[in-house]
Design a protein. Structure first.
Length: 229
């Protein structure tokens, strides 16, 4: 896959209004690195690249110049069907993930069949010093281990995390809000005992109150547990 041809194709799909919106909601990366290609079009490109099988060189050419290239890489990795290859490419890419969108939209389908392997890596990722590696680890724990594979020790792992990074703390809050909607009785003590830092605690409650999966009665109780200063 030729980079020059790829860039031409990305620019042919450019939506300037969409680019301007992305610049506003994805802080921390250079506005000049955002072309402005919508996600469905990038996913279609990623599927075509995977089908053609000529993606290895592209995945190895890190760091990329454009945000959309990172998005393509995330979508390609998400579609790799071989666990070993998928994990190798993911591990290579994670240090280059520099924004919440690329982090959150990367979700390898193969993980659903290999949760034991995934869990081992999650435990490593959440100990990382890299913001988006930690965020990705917590996100994978939220996505794959809150239903039939849930274990009470998993929220304990997340509750122990402490960070000064907004995007880590926001994911922790999101994790607990989602956990409350699926494992309310098990997870509620973390809120009652104020096991999270104040900001993350209140944000988790806020997100819980916004959820349609939590009853009004429970929402009222959760609101009463907010930390006030």
């Amino acid at each position: 896959m030729n980079k020059t041809d790829l860039h031409k194709e990305l620019y042919s799909l450019q939506d300037l209004k969409y680019r301007d919106m992305q610049i506003k909601i994805i802080p921390g990366i250079s506005p000049g690195s955002i072309i402005g290609v919508r996600t469905p079009e990038l996913k279609t490109m990623a599927k075509d690249i995977l089908k053609a099988g000529n993606y290895k060189g592209f995945l190895e050419e890190l760091p990329h110049q454009y945000f959309e290239e990172n998005q393509l890489q995330a979508f390609i990795i998400s579609g790799i069907k071989d666990l070993k290859e998928c994990m190798e490419e993911l591990q290579r890419f994670l240090p280059y993930v520099d924004n919440w969108a690329t982090c959150d939209q990367m979700s390898p389908k193969i993980f659903k069949k290999h949760k034991d392997v995934l869990l081992t890596h999650i435990k490593e990722w959440i100990k990382s010093e890299r913001t988006y590696t930690v965020r990705f680890g917590v996100g994978m724990l939220m996505e794959h281990f809150l239903d039939e594979d849930y274990d009470p020790k998993y929220p304990e792992m997340v509750a122990k995390l402490r960070s000064e990074e907004y995007y880590v703390n926001m994911m922790i809050a999101w994790y607990f809000a989602t956990a409350l909607s699926r494992q309310y009785e098990s997870v509620l003590p973390y809120i009652e005992q104020k096991r999270l830092d104040d900001w993350t605690h209140n944000k988790a409650i806020q997100k819980s109150v916004e959820s349609r999966r939590i009853t009004e009665e429970r929402k009222l109780y959760l609101k009463s547990l907010k930390v006030t200063r």
